[in-house]
Design a protein around this ligand. Structure first.
Ligand SMILES: Cc1cc2nc3c(=O)[nH]c(=O)nc-3n(C[C@H](O)[C@H](O)[C@H](O)COP(=O)(O)OP(=O)(O)OC[C@H]3O[C@@H](n4cnc5c(N)ncnc54)[C@H](O)[C@@H]3O)c2cc1C
Length: 382
C-alpha cells in the first residue's frame, strides 16, 4: 500500500496565481506544499515589472465583472492583512473611436453591470488629462475605480500569509513531473517525491510543458515593458493626477500605460497590448532592441507627446494565450478527482489573482466553486 499523502494539497508554481492559491488553501487549514522553480516574486515569468492595470468595466467580456468585484474586495483584505502596498486606484481611461474594442466593450460592461463611469469627448479628455492629445473622432470611457496593482508586492503578500498559516514553500525546486495514482498525486523534483491528495497547477508560460494533456493549445508570447522619462519631468504623470490608460488607434493597435510611480527620476511605464512574438521560456529574447524602442516612441509621439522624452529601460515578460483569450480555470479533464489547473491567462490575468486564489481553493478542497467560471472551461469550443 502506498504511504498516506504527506500534504492535503501541492501547489505547483508560486507565481501570480499559485501564490494566491497557497494563501487561500493555507488560510482554510489545508496542509500545503508549494513548489517553485525560481525564487519568491521573481522576474522570469509573467508577474513582474512593478505594475499591472486593474479595471472593472471589462471590455474583454462583461462575464468577468462579478469576479472583478470580488477581486477588489480581496485586494483590500490582502493589503490590510499583509501590510503591503497592493492597489492604487488612480482612475483609468479607455480611449479610441467609439466603436473600438476598449471603448465599446467597456461601455457595454459598465451598462450591463451598472458600473459608475463617464464618457468624455476628445476635448474633455484633453482638458481633464492634458498629457493626452486625442484625435477629434476619439472618445474615452473614464472609470474612477480603475488603477494599478503592484505585482511583486502581491505575490510576496500571498506567500507571506501562506507561510504564516503553515504552508511549506520550497523555492528553487522545480517539479520535473507529476502523476496521479490511486489515492492522489505524486510530484517529482530532482531530490524528492511528494505526495498529496490534491494538486493545483499554476504554471504560467510553462503550461505547454506541464499541462501537455490539457487539450487547450497555449501560445507563449514575448512582451516588452518600456519606461520613459517624460519631457519636462514626471510632475503631470503622478498617480494623483494621471490615470492608467488603454488606447486603441485606428489600425486596432493598443497601447497601455501607467502613471509615474517610481519617483521623479523613475519615468512612466508603457507597453503594447498583444503585439508580441511567439517564444518559449527557454528561447525568449530578453534583450530589447533599438527598433523596438523606436516603434514605441513613434506610437506615443502623436498621442502622449511628452512621454517619450528619454528612454530609461525596458524588460520582457511572457503572455500565455488561449485561442479565444479567455482563461482556463477548472478541474483537469483527464484527472478530475485530484488535479486543478489555472493557466492561459492571455495577458490579462493579474487583476484576478486574488479571486483566482479563492476559486482554486474552492475547487481543490470541495470540487466546486460558487464563482462563475463556465467561460474558463477547457472543454469549451476553441
Ligand atoms: C508585460 C505584461 C503585462 C501585463 N499586464 C497586465 C495588466 O496590466 N493587467 C493584468 O490583469 N494582467 C496583465 N498581465 C498578465 C498577468 O501578469 C498574467 O496573466 C499573470 O501574471 C499570470 O500569472 P501566472 O501565475 O499564470 O504566471 P506566473 O506568475 O509566471 O507563475 C507561474 C509560475 O510557475 C513556476 N513554474 C513553472 N514551471 C515550474 C516547475 N516545473 N516547477 C515549479 N514551478 C514552476 C514559474 O517559475 C512561475 O513562478 C501582463 C503580463 C505581462 C507579461
Amino acid at each position: 500500500m502506498a504511504p498516506s499523502p504527506s500534504y492535503d494539497v501541492i501547489v505547483l508554481g508560486l507565481g501570480g496565481m499559485g501564490s494566491a492559491a497557497a494563501h487561500h488553501l493555507a488560510a482554510r487549514g489545508a496542509r500545503v506544499l508549494g513548489l517553485e522553480k525560481y525564487g519568491p516574486a521573481h522576474n522570469k515569468g509573467s508577474s513582474h515589472g512593478g505594475s499591472r492595470i486593474t479595471r472593472q468595466s471589462y471590455f474583454e467580456d462583461p462575464a468577468y465583472v462579478p469576479l472583478l468585484l470580488r477581486a477588489y474586495e480581496l485586494y483590500e483584505r490582502l493589503e490590510r492583512d499583509s501590510g503591503r502596498d497592493i492597489a492604487t486606484l488612480c482612475g483609468g481611461v479607455m480611449i479610441g473611436r467609439p466603436e473600438s474594442r476598449p471603448v465599446a466593450g467597456a461601455l457595454r460592461a459598465a451598462r450591463q453591470w451598472d458600473l459608475p463611469h463617464e464618457m468624455l469627448d476628445a476635448k474633455e479628455l484633453h482638458d481633464r488629462f492634458p498629457t493626452f492629445t486625442p484625435q477629434d473622432d476619439e472618445v474615452a470611457l473614464y472609470e474612477a475605480k480603475a488603477g494599478l496593482l503592484r505585482p511583486e508586492n502581491t505575490v510576496a503578500a500571498h506567500l507571506q500569509l501562506a507561510a504564516r498559516d503553515g504552508a511549506e514553500l520550497h523555492f528553487e525546486e522545480p517539479a520535473t513531473r507529476w502523476e496521479t495514482y490511486g489515492e492522489g498525486v505524486r510530484v517529482h523534483t530532482a531530490d524528492s517525491v511528494y505526495r498529496a491528495g490534491q494538486l493545483v497547477i499554476c504554471p504560467g508560460a510553462w503550461a505547454p510543458e506541464l499541462l501537455a494533456d490539457l487539450g487547450v493549445p497555449i501560445t507563449v508570447e514575448r512582451q516588452i515593458m518600456y519606461w520613459f522619462q517624460p519631457t519636462g519631468g514626471t510632475g503631470p504623470y503622478t498617480p494623483d493626477r494621471h490615470p492608467i490608460y488603454v488606447w486603441e488607434d485606428a489600425d486596432g493597435v493598443q497601447v497601455y500605460g501607467f502613471p509615474a510611480i517610481d519617483g521623479p527620476e523613475g519615468g512612466a511605464k508603457v507597453a503594447f497590448f498583444r503585439k508580441g512574438t511567439v517564444c518559449t521560456p527557454e528561447t525568449i529574447d530578453r534583450t530589447v532592441h533599438d527598433d523596438e524602442v523606436r516603434a514605441m516612441a513613434n506610437q506615443l509621439a502623436p498621442r502622449v507627446p511628452t512621454l517619450p522624452g528619454t528612454f530609461l529601460k525596458a524588460a520582457t515578460c511572457m503572455y500565455s494565450n488561449t485561442p479565444d483569450e479567455h482563461f482556463v480555470i477548472a478541474r483537469h479533464p483527464a484527472h478530475p478527482e485530484s488535479v486543478t489547473v489555472a493557466c492561459g491567462f492571455s495577458g490579462h490575468g493579474f487583476k484576478f489573482v486574488t479571486v483566482v486564489g479563492e476559486i482554486l481553493a474552492d475547487l481543490a478542497l470541495t470540487g466546486a466553486t460558487a464563482h462563475p467560471i463556465d467561460l474558463f472551461a477547457p472543454g469549451r469550443p476553441l
